[in-house]
Ligand binder design. Structure first.
Ligand code: GLN
Length: 484
């Protein structure tokens, strides 16, 4: 059962080949067996999952088939789940039992999804390797000495190892797409505002967006249909109709105009990564797509702009964790100031503190104009670059990540080197565009991914391109050794 996609499992449930309980028990057993090695889950909610599975079986018996009825899903531990610990990968929230459920989780549950548990992640979603988690690093199932990427590393690794058939993630600068690439799975970051952020613990609110990770573009389409839509509890969530993402996925791509930006193939790019992306482009060309060279000059400034804007927003968002209302509180504070200082010093890890310091500095009087305001101006230039490009092309394609999975510890003491892991993904968040990463091959036995970027609310088109690629290739079906 675990080698099947959500779409296939859905058909199996409807045909009564197996029950939702059997399916759920199967995945829970796989988590039990393999997650000691991978560490991809922070919390497994077995009892709750089985109760949801029984409810799904009853619904199926009564003929009530919804989008995700009986399908197990793992949620990133950044989404609040009522009655279940929501840690965000941090000691700060190690004891936090959420009093309410995030819209994304609720919408998927309303469609019949079963929650297997909460996946490991970089602390407060800050990182590209999952090494900043309070619960220890996640290991990449393709090579357990290597990182799974981040911050949705637990989501991507558990999916690649077939411990769950579907997962949710969040992407502020690449946290769905980069781990998807490093684990050989498909991940979609929707247009900013397509999916509600309510109940999703905030990192950088103008960039954060939730999305699905799946074994195929079709599975991502299915999950996105359940996740997306207007939510009056998030004022940035857009009131745009949700497309028929699955229904439109198999259209012919003859004549599709694919933009290939020179900035995504810089001279110093690893040759194997460049060749891999070019092979994927050739496959799409074979199906009738046209490649158009273009330039997005300001995109080269996206990493520095992001590392001013994201920490600035984080420094403000994380001010709420003060040891008073919820989360970690230090022992025996002598006064209020001691309570604040020690709760925050002990509750947050090193990367989170670095971001708070950088962000507070960039926003302070005297530096605001030089850093924050300037970064926002760069952000506008990046948005304008994409707007210009989308006058001539339908999608933009390049590598997702400049390298395959690196060794655990390789960049842990070198933040700037770590930040460069998102060099191809960050511009998309700054512009608010949708983008998907799909598996495009193996390099020395490790997965590589290609990123398909679309114009605003063009999730359907991106999914269509990825699906047509997956119809002609089988990289998305390749399972890491030991997990088949
Ligand atoms: N790796 C980037 C960072 O550390 C992006 C993280 C994310 O998308 N949540 O900020």
């Amino acid at each position: 059962m675990h080698t099947k996609t959500l779409t296939e499992l859905k058909a199996g449930l409807q045909a009564k080949d197996f029950s939702a309980r059997e399916l759920t028990e199967h995945f829970l057993a796989r988590i039990e067996h393999h997650d000691g090695t991978l560490n991809s889950f922070v919390t497994v909610t077995a009892d709750q999952a089985l109760a949801q599975a029984d409810a799904a079986d009853q619904a199926i018996a009564a003929g009530d088939h919804r989008l995700l009825t009986g399908l197990p899903i793992a949620h990133k531990d950044i989404f609040c789940t009522e009655g279940v610990r929501t840690s965000c990968g941090s000691r700060m929230l190690d004891n936090f039992i959420a009093p309410y459920t995030a819209t994304v989780v609720e919408k998927m549950a309303d469609q019949g999804a079963i929650m297997l548990g909460k996946t490991n992640m970089d602390e407060f979603a800050m990182g590209s390797s999952n090494e900043t988690s309070f619960y220890g690093p996640v290991r990449n199932p393709w090579d357990t000495e290597r990182v799974p990427g981040g911050s949705s590393g637990g989501a991507a690794a558990s999916l690649a190892a077939r411990l769950t058939p579907g997962a949710t993630g969040t992407d502020t600068g690449g946290s769905i797409r980069q781990p998807a690439a490093l684990n050989g799975v498909t991940g979609l970051k929707p247009t900013y505002g397509r999916v509600s952020r309510w109940g999703m613990i905030a990192f950088a609110s103008s960039l954060d967006q939730a999305g699905p990770l799946g074994l195929s573009a079709a599975d991502c389409a299915l999950m996105l249909t359940a996740m997306a839509g207007h939510d009056s509890k998030d004022s940035t969530c857009v009131d745009e109709p949700v497309g028929d993402y699955l229904g439109g996925i198999n259209q012919d791509i003859a004549g599709l105009r694919i933009g290939v930006p020179e900035e995504f193939f810089p001279e110093n790019l690893d040759g194997a990564i460049a060749d891999n992306a070019r092979d994927a482009l050739r496959e799409l060309e074979k199906q009738g797509a046209k490649l158009i060279k273009l330039s997005l000059p300001s995109v080269t400034l996206s990493v520095p702009a992001y590392y001013v804007i994201a920490p600035a927003e984080a420094s403000s968002n994380l001010a709420r964790f003060d040891g008073v209302r919820f989360g970690y509180r230090c022992d025996d504070p002598v006064d209020l100031e001691d309570l604040y200082k020690r709760s925050r010093s002990e509750g947050f890890g090193a990367e989170v503190k670095r971001r708070i310091l950088v962000g507070t500095y960039a926003l302070s009087a005297g530096y605001y104009d030089a850093y924050y305001k300037r970064a926002q101006q760069v952000r506008r230039l990046i948005r304008d670059d994409f707007a210009r490009a989308f006058k001539d092309v339908d999608v933009i394609i390049g590598p997702t990540s400049p390298e395959t999975a690196f060794k655990l510890g390789a960049k842990a003491d070198d933040p700037v080197n770590m930040y460069m892991a998102d060099v191809f993904t960050i511009a998309v968040n700054l512009a608010g565009l949708p983008a998907l990463s799909m598996p495009s091959g193996l390099i020395n036995g490790l997965p590589a991914g290609v990123q398909v970027i679309g114009n605003y609310f063009q999730e359907g088109r991106i999914l269509n391109v990825a699906h047509r690629y997956q119809m002609a290739t089988d990289w998305h079906q390749t399972i890491p050794g030991g997990f088949a």
